[in-house]
Design a protein around this ligand. Sequence first.
Ligand code: PSU
Ligand code: MN
Length: 306
Amino acid sequence: MSIHSLVDLAPEVAEALQNGQAVVALESTIIAHGMPYPENLETAQRLEQLIREGGAVPATIAILGGRIKVGLEEEDLLFLAQSPEVVKASRRDLGWLLSTRQHAATTVAATMIGAKLAGIRMFATGGIGGVHRKAQETFDISADLQELARTPVGVVSAGVKSILDIPLTLEYLETMGVPVVGVGTREFPAFYTRESGSQAPFALSSSAEIAAMMHTHWQLELGSGILIANPIPEAFSMPAAEIEAVIETALQEAEERQITGKEVTPFLLNRIKELTAGNSLFSNIRLVENNARLAAEIAVALAKLS
Ligand code: PSU
Ligand code: MN
């Protein structure tokens, strides 16, 4: 079914949206560039399953054959998980990728755009992009932040990795008027750890409260997205000193190799994974699962309000 000439909705997603049922979007860059095979495929499948168990319909988003596909098939997930040549697509790439009929994985920014076109308000991921360390010199600020400023989709993430400058990322979100909701705590999480030393502007505890806040934000037609910062469960978090040392090494290597542009984040993610011998991958999978569960709960609560 099509609601837009460039978007294909899976029948199940179209039906759920038509009936006002809960739908949760998922990104595909995490599959193609965020994790190795086969963990990426298993995680993509598991996230969809968790969202179903939570009473919502999953809609993984990607660009396939020059179409924005919302709700993927098994073979699509397998393709994204296994093809090394899948392009990483953010906002600026969409017109080019669609007009030249390419395949691509969508970042948080591009997934938010797909979700909005489809009419989906809720999205779960692991971590978003942000203001990079030394952005004062490099100007490296993820397009995810601008997207949060302009596209009305709620994004559940476990905060951001400390490959980024977390205080500056929060300053940027404040400037752009993006609400950052701490889940159960104002401490803003740093992906692998529950603490970053920076604070979210406010905290809410239940999915009903979060859904009510999102609904109200959009009733005011504020137009922006909402970042829901959900800390990794204690049992799966990593020692802060261990992960910080690894991140320092990865950042130094990226600088030495003069990695720039959209290659920066995938390079750092991959080096962190290699340098922690897979420990970080385990934590990463657990926190994304945790985010998918929460997103389904919020989506169900939101569906009751709308
Ligand atoms: N951060 C993570 N894991 C990820 C990404 C970021 O901890 O998988 C991915 C997401 O798809 C995010 C993108 O939208 O990287 C941001 O890339 P960039 O920094 O180039 O904007
Ligand atoms: Mn960048």
